[in-house]
Design a protein around this ligand. Sequence first.
Ligand code: WTA
Length: 657
Amino acid sequence: MKKQTSEVQSTAFTSVMEEHRLFHPSKEFARNAHVNSMEVYKRMYKESILNPEKFWSDVAEDLYWFKKWKQTKVWKAPDAKWFNGGLTNLAYNCLDRHLTNWHRTKAAIIWEGEPGETRILTYQVLHREVCKFANVLGKMGIEKGDRVAVYMGMVPELAIAILACARIGAVHTVVFGGFSAEALKDRINDAGAKLVITCDAAIRRGTLVMLKPAVDKALESCPTVQNVIVYRRVNEVQITMSPGRDHWWHEIIQSVNDKHEAEHLPSEHPLFILYTSGTTGKPKGILHTTGGYMVNTYFTSKLVFDLKDDDIYWCTADVGWVTGHSYVVYGPLLNGATTLMYEGAPNHPEPDRFWKIIDKYRVNIFYTAPTAIRAFIRWGEQWVLKHELTSLRLLGSVGEPINPEAWMWYYKIVGKQKCPIVDTWWQTETGAIMLSPLPGVTPLKPGSCTMPLPGVVPEVVDKEGNPVPDGSGGYLILKDTWPSMLRTIYGDKNRFKKQYWSEYKGYYFTGDGARRDKDGYFWVMGRVDDVINVAGHRLGTAEIESALVSHHDVAEAAVVARPDDIKGSAIVAFVSLESSKIPSLLLKEELRNHVASEIGHIAKPDEIRFTDTLPKTRSGKIMRRLLREIATSGSIKGDVSTLEDFSALEKLRDEDQ
Ligand code: WTA
């Protein structure tokens, strides 16, 4: 990226080594599963495609509606409405619905702090806290439709905050605590948030991540924010409270009562905005609405995780990402399940923290990311083998392709060859899992997310949108709509249409490359656009480039990914400096820190390479393919006849030696 310009190029598909063995669920698992035979799955799938209205209407009946919908599905691509005319409330369905039976006293959230403390919130307690906080929001002048930014660590109050927003119909936008003040500011302004909810600090790997100071910095230029609520996670830390604007959670909660009636919200009422990286420098505010998201997350949690009443379920994602929204908070609570939340790092104080937690709380279902699995492999199986892990019955994976080696390790070392693995493919935009095995049914192939869930119609197509033969690579699209589909990019309907619906008319383009094999199994190979997946986190190369060129010494930057054993991809930035500036190690470090302060630590380039010029085509496009090759292997194959400046290429090669 030059100052002010951005380029989009697509990448080649990477191939995944295939394991040919099939792994079947045990008879015992299959017997007790919600979906317990291939015939049942096939029948459900068929019904969901032939008559989606009936299918989803039946699922929605499991949940509570103040007023029943008139139309189950209204669809004219790209605009979808689900359960149109219905009135409901997501928080009511997560909480109140469970208070009329024994779930009242069941643990809704089991929380473990990184320093080791435990808190258990039953459905009744969680309900009370959410009602109180809903009243706090009212007191702060937050009304239906207002946006509330949430920038917290993994504490139960984060779940309470978003459930309270959902209860009153305020639209939450959770910003991951690892994002910088600058990134927070952009998101607050894009959403036009009136209120920010934060913590004094978060605790991660034994150190403090100072959240409130970052909020203070962001709010220097966030005119829409009127109030800030601060949850005190770390007692002794010193922060500044701005009188009139900032309020302590524990103080303001004292002055409200614990009765609150959930708002009766239209099914299409906006529920949340979650920012995710796209192919431009500006993250997209993915907007989800109430009814469809509720039904889809309820349904997928139940089937994919085979949730039962006596399960302890643990998804390790942070609520700052969509996985945390759908499968730490909403999906499990809609099912009346017990969801475990852990605050900190997997290797604190030692690399067996996760396994310790599993044994301590007798966790039955464990859902994590391939990047974490690869880190566990690196740390050594002895850390796992120190623990029994006999409570586990099901494992899950999400966020990036899982390589078959990591899959096998997960299956053998963690799952002791008795736990099915659900490799779940989905996106912030899809709201809920789209492709996944059903654990009691689907024979597993390591590295494949197997088959579509009911209601999902995927296809692998070529550039023109024609289906490719089984076994060939292509672009993954989804035909038809599904209840938890994103409704728009907040404030940018045109971008929504262009980004997802213009490539293959009327079909949703995922941005992923995939292949379907002869058995109908899907193999998702990763992004085909300029989005990279670093440790399961989506980042736009353009976003990182734009952070780099905002540094006064940088003239131009191009960011590419190279494969990384642990993180999936590592970030490599090619940077050309303003003419008077001299490359140095110090400057490299300064630029890395600059990116961290513009976006967050997760976006810090792993490697920065200075170059006089970047290789470009005659039309001025940066040749990312070449940069990727150089970043990955140091050598260049393929056609370079479109290069504008061969000397640029030579210089890059020289630098490499
Ligand atoms: C990737 C995370 C392969 C994919 C839920 C997608 C996966 C992006 C898988 C979405 C999987 C997610 N196998 N790739 N099981 N799950 N991805 O929005 O590239 O943070 O487009 O949502 O992650 O990332 P996002």
